[in-house]
Design a protein around this ligand. Structure first.
Ligand code: ADP
Ligand code: MG
Length: 307
């Protein structure tokens, strides 16, 4: 079964509670708190050879990024670990957890630890405070402009190097574990109510734009001529394809009402963020890459787990 088919089925078979934002966005909202969970599994999200420090960074980054995607500030966490027999890196694990909780100003509240037959399993539940406005995947309106917070694509190239699919000298095979969540930008978007919708890029631009399209009931048009490719031209890959499909980037993808764009760009430049305007929102659902007069459906570009 496919990941999103399962999540949809689960969501549709469970009761909802009034006033609680539950399954379907980057985090749930209960009162003024935002809660999310992301799991990392050995041989799925990382390899036995991946240094544990990179894995722990990604565990924190992916979770904090979900709170950022809601315009919140991550503050507390619960850590779940399944540790394989004869594991030797307990101290490295503890050092990395200490390092990244400090770096991202997270207090570890608790968790659970168990043995595991073979693979290392890590799960973080992150808790944060909602900002002035909560950024949802729904809320994009026809005419809004679509922005991404930074260029995409390098994550996939780095991942493919770790997997032995390329041997490009210009990239580190573990740099894809070090993508940082957009903590500062999230604050600005929330504080000024700049974004009509928002998601973080975890599955890939095509699929994540698809979540905005689905939840907002709108179309997303990405103009090929707006896609920056300078950072990818050193690599013998199709830059547009990599930009559209690279996952675990933890950039923010969001929509802005044209009336707010000027003040939004002014505020984001103050924190050194240069958002890229990729396209615009239309009425008819779907995600399309517009190249001249041609429209190509790209809602499947990216990653989905299968089981
Ligand atoms: P993200 O990539 O932002 O972490 P996901 O695509 O993993 O989001 O999940 C989409 C939505 O489905 C989220 O609201 C998430 O909380 C929910 N979800 C995913 N898996 C489960 C599960 N096993 N039980 C309940 N909710 C889930
Ligand atoms: Mg997310």
């Amino acid at each position: 079964m496919k990941e999103f088919e399962f999540i949809d089925r689960l969501k549709n078979n469970l009761p909802k509670e009034d006033g609680v934002l539950s399954i379907g966005d980057d985090a749930a909202k209960i009162g003024n708190l935002l809660v999310a969970k992301d799991i990392l599994v050995e041989n799925i999200h990382f390899l036995p050879s991946t240094p544990i420090d990179f894995v722990i960074h990604k565990l924190f980054a992916s979770n904090i990024s979900d709170i950022c995607a809601m315009g919140g500030v991550a503050k507390y966490a619960l850590l779940g670990l399944g540790i394989p027999e004869n594991y030797k890196l307990e101290w490295e694990l503890i050092d990395s957890i200490k390092n990244y909780t400090k770096q991202y100003d997270i207090t570890l509240l608790g968790g659970d630890t168990t043995g595991s037959k073979k693979d290392l399993f890590l799960s973080l539940t992150i808790i944060g405070y909602a900002g002035k406005s909560v950024l949802l995947r729904s809320g994009a309106k026809p005419g809004d402009l679509l922005f991404v917070s930074r260029p995409l694509g390098l994550s996939r190239i780095s991942l493919e190097k770790e997997l032995g699919k390329n041997n490009f000298k210009q990239i580190h095979k573990y740099s894809h574990y070090m993508n940082r969540p957009e903590v500062e930008l999230a604050k600005i978007l929330s504080e000024n109510n700049f974004a009509t919708s928002c998601i973080d890029i975890s599955d890939g631009l095509g699929r994540d734009a698809g979540h905005i399209s689905e939840e907002s009931n709108v179309g997303v048009i990405i103009e090929e001529e707006n896609i920056p490719i300078h950072h990818l031209t050193n690599f013998p890959v199709n830059p547009v394809d990599y930009f559209l499909s690279s996952g675990e980037e933890f950039a923010l993808l969001f929509t802005v009402d044209p009336e707010s764009v000027k003040s939004f760009l002014k505020e984001s430049s103050k924190i050194g963020v240069s958002p890229i305007c990729l396209g615009y929102i239309t009425e008819e659902k779907g995600v399309y890459l517009k190249s001249g007069d041609l429209f190509k459906n790209i809602s499947q570009q990216g990653y989905e787990h299968n089981f």
